[in-house]
Design a protein. Structure first.
Lengths: 246, 246
């Protein structure tokens, strides 16, 4: 059985990371048996090293190890990075539903490159809140490293007052670009229509992150569910059967 | 028979515009009979107005009329903008090859949004050269309006010396992003594989523009044909049967 490595939190479902959600959505969609092993932030590097998984990037002058990662005892392969995992699962388990349907990989990669910048305004809302929802070892690590990245305490990244109103407006406009693309298919709820592909799990992973970290009852999440004729609520509702955290 | 409105130049094939090429590729690929009517830059607004075609944008405080445009006497419809024309042709002539295959429209729109910024470094090389290849009425208009847009004479936009080397390096890196996406399909020569879609005509329109304006024998075009394992030459070669200017 595949081991899936994810970062826990104190949220009821434990899962919170947009990146690990992308891989979990793939595993659940494909119906591949797996179990989750929860790894706190400061332990990611040691865990990946012990599995022989190289760093996924080199940032701030040092190697950077990230989750999601999986270990597949059937092939003996361990790897990190949600896109690499999705490609590996498509190739290794071709009888499961494919997330990069034939001919769509180049388009999906371009979609992801175009989609990523549209998320930028949302991080200021979700990351400061997340800091208080991680377990102590991850919280300490997250607050220290993210504060260094932003050049100020991660808690101070959260906009307030008039700036909050402005930033939230930007967030809506930004995801409106994505709504413009999705509208073009007419149908839905997914990017290619009724059947999800990897890009949907990417978008879905980010929406799931926002819903769980901001909180289902937060003003922000309730607002998002009303945007663009309820597109984002319908999108997540469409992914319901792939949302089990196991 | 459809009338297709394009902007002429003194180049042997007359056609040079990346935007009108997108629509010509669609018409040729679909095998829909049409004839080209050549409109000089200063006459575009009057021609579109006479056909009842609204401006495609509002820039610099005024309405902006652009080509390509078509007039279809079968339906009585006239419209501008290459994407709108492609969608119109797919819908109106569903028995011709479709350029937005079912389920791919959202992905193609995202591709175009991600692709457009990768072209930025190329304009400094092609637009100043183009100025000398237009007919006098278009040349005067083009030089005046583009110089205003760039804030300096369009001829001075052309980089030279060390800056030229640096800018050309940027251009290669930029289109390398697109190569990265296309590689993901493994096959080729097109974005979805063997069959072109609208996004291919978009990329192809830009490549055709560069090849004809820079000149097939220019150092720059010869260089481009060697980039990324000859991908861009193979791409244009794959579009050969849709390149007639009629």
């Amino acid at each position: 059985m595949i081991t899936f490595y994810d970062i826990p939190s104190q949220l009821p479902q434990k899962a919170w990371s947009p990146n690990t959600w992308k891989a979990r959505y793939c595993l659940n969609y494909k119906g591949i048996p797996y179990r989750t092993e929860w790894i706190e932030f400061p332990d990611i590097e040691a865990k990946c090293s012990s599995l022989g998984i190289p760093p996924t990037s080199h940032k701030f002058g040092k190697d950077h190890y990230t989750l999601p990662a999986i270990h597949d005892p059937t092939t003996g392969i361990s790897l990190a990075d949600s896109i690499a995992i999705a490609e590996y699962l498509d190739t290794t388990y071709p009888d499961t539903p494919i997330v990069f349907p034939s001919g769509t990989a180049a388009l999906q990669y371009a979609f992801l490159d175009a989609y990523l910048p549209t998320l930028r305004p949302f991080w200021r809302f979700s990351l400061p809140v997340l800091a208080d929802k991680l377990n102590p070892p991850s919280a300490e690590y997250f607050i220290r490293t993210r504060s260094a990245m932003w050049g100020k305490s991660i808690r101070d990244v959260l906009p307030s007052g008039e700036e909050r109103v402005e930033e939230w407006k930007k967030a809506k406009e930004s995801v409106g670009i994505v709504d413009g693309w999705l509208k073009k298919n007419g149908e839905g709820p997914f990017i290619m229509g009724a059947t999800p592909c990897f890009a949907d799990f990417f978008v879905g992973g980010c929406l799931t992150h926002l819903k769980s970290v901001l909180g289902e009852d937060s003003e922000e999440w309730k607002d998002i569910t009303t945007w663009h004729n309820g597109r984002w609520k319908a999108f997540l509702d469409g992914l319901k059967e792939y949302q089990a955290v196991i």
